[in-house]
Design a protein around this ligand. Structure first.
Ligand code: URA
Length: 494
């Protein structure tokens, strides 16, 4: 302490054997004071750090003040500056002394101090920085702006209320400036508020009262509806949810007001989903059935009580084979439950996988045209596939169709059986070899057997080619296509 003149700096005074250092109570203010005291070789134990309330003009002046300081006088690792900038926002009163102690040690022979994770100063500053970053993360995630008309402007100002745990408003402001650069906005908090005019630099003002923040606006309704639609009851983990989205933020978040209601219904919805999963478990394919009739009978026994919608809901959870993993969703059949004609394809393609509906891609469009020319109304038939998940091989950004193997066809067969049992069509058209094999449980040469009826469990089954075959062969108008139309027409009328 010898030679130290506290009164030279920042209005310092003495408290016992420590010098009271008053400084603008933010990182920039501490930085200026710390530089001067370090340059004067004032040791950490000699200082009592006394932050003054932040002057809001000082925030904007801080950058200018930093620029005017002599650069390069103190060299510290960049990581320290980052840690210190974050830790300075922590609400712990000892943070300023801690930062100066670290600065002192780094510049007095402990240059590698920060790599000593077990050092108590290093552990404390890291903990402070982590807590602050977590608070900033919450602010980024949970700030909800509401539009407020502002006199003299055609566009609204967006105003949000937030209650941080630490003094992070200035620290986090840059994120909001970048993110909402073109809007005029204010974020009000109990300690200080930040404002952006769509250009220039953000400015700060004292803390606000929650009552100063606006209430609801129409955007909230839209946001609530969206949140309700994406809410997945099976994913509700109360403790994780409360720690990720602490209850104190809920009152400012329109969607959070839905949480109690959604969660109250969650148990019931999860129970329904689990019951569906249990039902689905009974559909696991066992060993290959002794005869096709055995499968049909088992399926008929299993499903009579289910509506087609319930079956589709259960199929959505199907895990009978590995195709459910990469596929987007189960593509169940569609059409009237009393359809007289059922058409069975192979498996959904890329477009069907994304849309969740059968035959909506290029093959589906060709089928639609052929159906129309054959005088068949798509709305009156039941359209489905032997396999309900898209099997593909990724190739760059593309997903190339891959033929399902027989085990996958068998794994899916209970669903097809169930659809047949429900719809009970008199006539079934199979498109391509996979669909024919799925039902007949034997391989057939489609090109030889097409256009000829096969008596099958009290129904008539008509095999024909798959429209993708016509697409691949470039036969979308010629004789191949005409024959396909004729096959469809004959099956529908005979
Ligand atoms: N091919 C099929 O077999 N089914 C579809 O749903 C689409 C393409």
């Amino acid at each position: 302490m010898s030679g130290y003149q506290p009164s030279l700096f920042d209005g310092a005074d003495t408290a016992g054997d420590q010098a009271v250092v008053r400084f603008a109570g933010d990182f920039a203010g501490w930085q200026r004071a710390a530089r001067r005291h370090l340059a004067a070789a004032v040791p950490p134990e000699a200082i009592w750090w006394q932050p003054a309330p932040v002057s809001f003009e000082a925030e904007s002046d801080a950058a200018a003040a930093r620029a005017s300081e002599r650069p390069g006088t103190i060299r510290v690792p960049k990581r320290f500056v980052e840690l210190a900038r974050a830790a300075a926002c922590h609400s712990a009163p000892d943070r300023w002394a801690l930062l100066y102690r670290l600065l002192w040690r780094l510049t007095h022979g402990e240059r590698h101090l920060l790599s000593l994770a077990g050092d108590s100063d290093v552990a404390t500053v890291s903990g402070y920085a982590k807590a602050v970053r977590r608070d900033v993360h919450k602010m980024k995630a949970f700030v909800r702006f509401r539009a407020v008309d502002e006199a003299g402007y055609e566009t609204p100002r967006y105003v949000a209320w937030f209650e941080p745990s630490h003094d992070i408003v200035a620290y986090a402001a840059g994120f909001f400036v970048r993110r909402f650069a073109n809007m005029r906005w204010s974020i009000l908090t109990p300690e200080r508020s930040v404002h952006w005019e769509g250009e220039g630099t953000p400015w700060f003002s004292p803390g606000a009262d929650r009552a100063q923040a606006p209430g609801e606006d129409p955007l909230e309704m839209a946001w609530q509806t969206y949140y309700e639609s994406i809410f997945n009851p099976a994913r509700v983990k109360w403790s994780a949810m409360r720690s990720e989205m602490p209850v104190k933020y809920w009152k400012n978040m329109p969607e959070a007001q839905l949480i109690p209601k959604l969660v109250a219904g969650a148990d019931r919805r999860v129970a329904t989903m689990e019951a569906a999963r249990r039902d689905t478990d009974t559909l696991h394919c066992g060993p290959r059935p002794a005869s096709p009739a055995a499968v049909t009978e088992a399926a008929a026994e299993a499903y009579p009580a289910f509506s087609l919608e319930r079956l589709a809901a259960r199929a959505a959870l199907c895990r009978n084979c590995a195709l459910c993993g990469p596929a987007t969703q189960t593509v169940f059949g569609e059409g009237p439950v009393d359809a007289r004609l059922m058409i069975v394809g192979e498996q959904p393609g890329d477009r069907e996988d994304l849309a969740g509906r059968p035959f909506v891609g290029p093959a589906g469009q060709l089928l639609d045209r052929a159906l129309a020319e054959a005088g068949i109304d798509r709305q009156e038939i039941y359209l489905t596939n032997a396999v309900k998940h898209f099997k593909f091989t990724p190739r760059g950004k593309q997903r190339l169709h891959a033929k399902p193997d027989y085990d996958e066809v068998r794994a899916c067969r209970p669903w097809l059986e169930a659809e047949l049992g429900h719809v009970n069509p008199a006539t079934v058209i199979t498109l391509g070899a996979t669909a024919a094999r799925a039902l007949l449980t034997r391989e057939i040469a489609v090109t030889r057997e097409r256009g000829r009826p096969i008596a099958w469990h009290g129904r008539t089954l008509w095999p024909t080619v798959h429209p993708s075959h016509l697409l691949r062969a470039g036969e979308t108008n010629g004789p191949g296509y005409a024959r396909f139309v004729a096959d469809l027409a004959r099956a529908a009328t005979e």
